[in-house]
Write a protein of this length. Structure first.
Length: 81
C-alpha cells in the first residue's frame, strides 16, 4: 500500500496491480495483544485512552449546563452522572 497499489493474484494465474488513491487508515482495538507483530509495527502512533473519573464527569456536566444556562441542583447533577 505504500506504493499506492494493491497486488492481486488471479485464480486463473497471473497477477494484477490495482492503483489506489492516497488515504488515511485509522484502526481501533481493545485487544492489542491479539494483533500480529508485523501489523503492530506498521502503525506509528499508539494511543491509550482512560475512562473519565467521576469528578471529571461531574465537571463536564456542570460546564454543559452552565454553557446553556440550565439551572440544576446538585442532586440532579449527581443523578445524571
Amino acid at each position: 500500500m505504500e506504493d499506492r497499489v494493491i497486488d492481486f493474484v488471479m485464480p486463473e494465474g497471473g497477477s494484477m496491480r490495482l492503483p489506489i488513491n492516497h488515504f488515511t487508515l485509522i484502526g481501533a482495538t481493545t485487544k492489542l495483544e491479539s494483533l500480529s507483530a508485523p501489523l503492530k509495527n506498521r502503525f506509528i502512533y499508539k494511543f491509550h485512552f482512560q475512562d473519565y473519573s467521576h469528578a471529571d464527569i461531574l465537571e463536564i456536566i456542570k460546564k454543559y449546563l452552565s454553557h446553556y444556562d440550565i439551572a440544576a441542583d446538585k442532586n440532579i447533577v449527581e443523578k445524571i452522572s
